[in-house]
Ligand binder design. Structure first.
Ligand code: ADP
Ligand code: G6P
Length: 468
């Protein structure tokens, strides 16, 4: 029998991905970025998929974390992960910026895989343990787990936006999803709007009463609250003070031909990130002559993501076409205005890129938070650098001193990029000071600490015995 833990993270992904026979690589995305440092500081276990299909692995330790792999078959990867998670829920929860697929076959797979995660968590959790379930791929797990183990304290955190009723109600399985989430004691969201959407939907679809942010269900009280996620500020702040990172940042600028302005985008290659919009804006600035080739270089790093999902394939083609077009029209021999890299980098190399960049361009059409924006801020103790940030990223709530933009407004985007490039050092320092104050105070440890202490704190509201 495996050892049981008093603290469990349950997420679709483990923090590492299997590549090749015995090699591991850090998994992509903001969830892993945020949870890994929390886990490294606590004793406990992390349950999740290790990124390869049709393979059963034994629990193992990695980078100070105890990991319990959950197997997925190739068909489950297709239907639960690529299908219901990323072709149904992902676009639906991101303002339907792509059209969601509604299919009963995908839903069945989602339910079955959620059941497997709940079973595994029930087996791995010690009596009275705290279990923290993560994100949209596992929204049924809280209720399934509660049925198996009513002794546990169950938290859930949604890393992506929670949509308003007008969108959520499209989902044929809307009641089941709400009931799944309501199995938790505490449901966390990135923004207060997500929490109030959830409370309103619980009343409207399930008839559940609430007092402020506490919902009465089955004689229990479920709290719904916003906890804006963050980054490990100290890690990046330390990295950019290291001589080798400073040297690498200088080298990057030199390799780019020492332009006056380095603009940077760092994203998973995802249609929610507004990569096409920012490239269009940059292309127009070159075409109009507002910026000259050689004066500015746009570096776009786009980590491969969900490559077998149709919309992601199409996006990759569109982006590569538009990079080719801009470089074809505005490049000069030996100098391409857009440097596009479809690759994943180490945190050290990312830190050097952030440090080298004069303007960070973060333009999602919708985003739960966006940690890249916060990482950039953590890398600028030099108070240099401008952050152009979409008002549709969760991060915009906190980062009011960024150059805020509506990514659908190409002219506005162009103005913000130019403003970032032309701002005086004094103006940039003023903004960066505010931004750093916020991110250094509300870092990922504070986020996890606040969530977990709220989870461990019993509600002061008396449950309504008859509710639910
Ligand atoms: P999402 O969670 O949607 O991917 P976030 O901006 O919140 O978006 O988080 C992305 C995370 O992935 C950040 O921590 C960022 O550093 C990391 N990341 C993005 N692109 C790359 C890349 N090319 N190489 C390595 N890490 C990356
Ligand atoms: C976002 C999601 C995470 C997900 C990550 C990477 O951050 O909120 O749940 O893990 O993207 O996506 P992937 O599909 O590769 O796990």
């Amino acid at each position: 029998m495996q050892e049981r833990s008093s603290f469990l993270i349950v997420a679709n992904r483990l923090p590492v991905d299997r590549v090749g026979e015995s090699e591991w690589r850090r998994s992509p995305g903001g969830l892993v970025t945020a949870i890994a440092p929390v886990m490294q500081r606590r004793d406990g276990a992390w349950l999740g998929w290790h990124g390869a299909a049709d393979e059963k692995l034994e629990p193992f330790d990695y980078d100070g974390m105890h990991l319990i792999p959950i197997p997925l078959s190739a068909l489950e990867v297709e239907r639960y992960y690529e299908g219901f998670s990323n072709a149904t829920l992902w676009p639906l929860y991101h303002d339907v910026v792509a059209t969601p697929v509604y299919s009963r076959v995908l839903w069945d797979a989602y339910r079955r895989v959620n059941e497997r995660f709940a079973q595994a968590a029930a087996e791995a959790a010690d009596e009275g343990a705290v279990v923290w379930v993560q994100d949209y791929q596992l929204q049924l797990v809280p209720a399934m787990l509660r049925r198996l183990r009513p002794d546990l304290r169950i938290g859930f955190f949604l890393h992506i936006p929670f949509p308003p009723a007008e969108l959520f109600c499209q989902l044929p399985w809307r009641r089941e999803i709400l009931e799944g989430l309501l199995g938790a004691d505490l449901v966390g969201f990135q923004r207060p709007g997500g929490a109030s959407n959830f409370i309103r939907l619980s009343r409207r679809l399930l008839g559940l009463p609430h007092q402020k942010n506490e919902i009465h269900v089955d004689g229990r009280v479920v709290r719904a609250q916003a906890f804006p996620i963050s980054v490990d500020f100290g890690e990046y702040d330390n990295l950019v003070r290291r001589p080798e990172v400073i040297a690498r940042a200088k080298e990057i600028r030199a390799e780019l031909g020492d332009p006056d302005h380095v603009l940077l985008g760092v994203d998973r290659l995802d249609y929610t990130k507004g990569i096409g919009q920012r490239l269009k804006a940059f292309g127009e600035l070159l075409a109009e002559g507002t910026i000259q080739p050689g004066e500015a270089v746009f570096v776009q790093i786009a980590t491969p993501s969900r490559e077998r999902v149709e919309e992601y394939r199409r996006l990759r083609n569109d982006i590569e076409l538009s990079v080719g077009r801009i470089n074809g029209e505005h490049g000069i021999l030996g100098m391409q205005p857009v440097q596009y890299l479809h690759q994943s980098y180490t945190r050290q190399e990312l830190a050097a890129l952030y440090l080298a960049a004069d303007v960070m361009v973060v333009t999602p059409l919708r985003d739960g938070m966006n940690l890249v924006a916060k990482e950039y801020i953590a890398c600028h103790h030099d108070l240099r650098g401008a952050l152009v940030l979409s008002e549709f990223a969760g991060a915009a709530d906190e980062l009011k001193h960024a150059f805020l933009v509506n990514p659908y407004d190409v002219d506005g985007l162009k103005r913000a990029m130019v403003a970032g490039m032309r701002a005086t050092p004094h103006e940039l320092a003023r903004r960066m000071r505010f931004l750093r104050r916020r991110v250094s105070t509300y870092d990922v440890n504070r986020w996890a600490g606040e969530f977990l202490s709220a989870l461990e704190r019993p509600s002061t509201v008396q449950p309504l015995a008859s509710a639910g």
